[in-house]
Design a protein. Sequence first.
Length: 277
Amino acid sequence: MAKILVVANETLGGRGLIDATKERATALGAPEIHVIAPQNRPKAGSVIYDEAVRDAAQHRVDATIEALRDAGLAASGEIMDPDPYTAIMDAVGEFGPDEVIISTHPETRSGWLRRDLVERVIQDTGLPVEHVVVDLDEEREDIVHTLVVANQTVEGAPLFGLLKGKAAEKPHRFTIVVPQSGGEGHHADTARTRLHHLLAHMEESGLKATGGIGDPDPFTAIQNAQQFYRVDEIVISTLPAQRSGWLRNDLIERVKRSTAVPVEHVISDVTVQEPVA
């Protein structure tokens, strides 16, 4: 069986990449496809939280694998070394592909192209390499990609009701980010537990959702999420104003000023709210 190695980062899941992979798969006759994503280092924040970086990379890989499998293609994937050249060379050695597809942003926005990644891989592997340019700004889908940011209120009924209502009106794909309450360790475990509870309930309700934990600072977490994921709109869930540190720090207005996408705010009083049902 022929093998294709697909390499991308922020453009994973882009329609141009999916279409190019399907075209090569048809030409090769149902090959095995392996998707890799280097762990992207966030541009925002003074501290890098490794679990948040891994979650974001895994999310991108999973979304691409799902799209390829929906197209009837056999696909697997994993996250790799942060350096894309090292990641590719390691994957070539481990996976043994017959050809490589590398997806990047357009030249004006691609750090990989500024470092001549495609040419270096062609020269050092001797494999056929197809370069696919994906401009996410120009790709428009019928699916709305919604970034959802919450911590203590992530299991609140008002948030779940809002998301369920959105999905009923139009197809949505939700990315849930739960900022940690502090550094690594039990803070990350608490955030991940809250995240998994919501993801499990959304899956039970037929809502398409993935997600991960984020930087303890919610504004930084949102900035990084917009770097890591495709985002058409943002939903931020908080406690009521008198109990919300996020609102005391003017999070909603700061996010609105920093992004061009719509921002919606939902309030959950989790101390009196019934469990999500």
